[in-house]
Design a binder for this molecule. Sequence first.
Ligand SMILES: [Zn+2]
Length: 103
Amino acid sequence: MKKIYTADSAAMAWHIRNVLEQHDIYAEVKNEKLASIAGETPITETMPEVWVKPLFAKRAEQIVQEVLNSDDSPEGEDWICMTCGEENTASFDICWNCQDPAN
Ligand SMILES: [Zn+2]
């Protein structure tokens, strides 16, 4: 097995894994359990990792790049307009209230 991605959260690692499986690439998430004891271990040692078979590593890395480069958060996060303080949903590029761009 070969490590192709180090995620900053277990959720991201599993997301990557799911995407890889959609491409018929079997992937494993490692270190996930360690993340739950973060605080006792240096954070760099608790980052969840995504591993695949070496045969698939190149293709998997391409897919990961595509995932990371695409705007892969349909839900996204709500944002607060810095100009008027109104809350906007992630799908808004500009503030619904004052039309200022998302900042
Ligand atoms: Zn606004």
